[in-house]
Design a protein around this ligand. Structure first.
Ligand code: PXP
Length: 239
């Protein structure tokens, strides 16, 4: 059964809308843990639109789950991440104009910088994942640059036909099998929700799903603990 990493960025989005202290990402993390989350994911963006630097330490103190820091290949963020030492990082592309992380990382184009940055994290025993599309070329590069894992971008799957597109599922399944054959851990995320998650869970060998927006949206009505519990139940009963 895939593990569930709960992305709490949009709790911070709501807080930043008024610039105050609520709702609190640290409380969201501890409630997600009580609901059965296996990990907490947060993205420190260069423009700090949601998660702020101080959130990292506060979330660390509020729950005992492994933390997965999503980050772009930006010198300041790399430095912060190396000092913070999350259990895992996921390297993502970042553009200021985008609403969310719209595409996967081009690992081929970024080979040189990945070759330089990944060993710095591995030296600190931080697991490194690359957020990439289901492309065999990108997966080969993930392996070549020494990443431990890939996170397959499921945004396209989620967008087409409300996540019921067999061709997209097939592509993700093939990518997952290829990555596993190279010894990479396979995670998946982006745009996953209570309706489209089950088909992804049926793909063999998916290690972890990272889900944010749909869980936080549900939490507005039922609370974080219950929203996570419901997603965990779906994942558990999908296969
Ligand atoms: N995985 C990665 C790498 C992401 O950048 C995001 C969005 O921050 C997610 C997963 C979660 O996506 P969503 O909020 O659509 O569930």
């Amino acid at each position: 059964m895939p593990k569930l990493g709960v992305n709490i960025d949009h709790v911070a989005t709501l807080r930043q809308a008024r610039g105050g202290k609520v709702p609190s990402p640290k409380l969201a993390a501890s409630e997600a843990q009580k609901g059965g989350a296996d990990g907490i994911t947060l993205h420190l963006r260069e423009d700090r639109r949601h998660i702020q630097d101080f959130d990292l330490g506060e979330v660390r103190k509020s729950c005992s789950l492994p933390l997965n820091l999503e980050m772009a290949l930006h010198p300041e963020i790399i430095r912060i991440a190396l000092n913070f030492r999350p259990e895992k990082i996921c390297i993502v592309p970042e553009r200021r104009q985008e609403v969310t992380t719209e595409g996967g990382l081009d690992a081929v184009k970024n080979e040189k910088i990945l070759q330089r940055v990944i060993p710095q994290f591995k030296k600190k025993k931080i697991e490194v994942s690359l957020f990439i599309g289901p492309s065999l070329k990108q997966i080969e590069m993930a392996r070549k640059t020494g990443a431990d894992a890939i996170e397959i971008h499921t945004g396209h799957y989620a967008n087409v036909h409300k996540g019921k597109h067999p061709a997209e599922l097939l592509k993700i399944g093939k990518a997952a099998a290829f990555a596993r054959s190279l010894g990479l851990l396979v995670n998946a995320g982006h745009g996953l929700d209570y309706e489209n998650v089950s088909a992804i869970c049926c793909i063999p060998g998916i290690h972890e799903l990272n889900i944010g927006h749909s869980i936080v949206s549900r939490a507005v009505f039922v609370g974080m603990r219950e929203a996570v519990r419901e997603m965990k139940n779906l994942i558990r009963t999908s296969r």
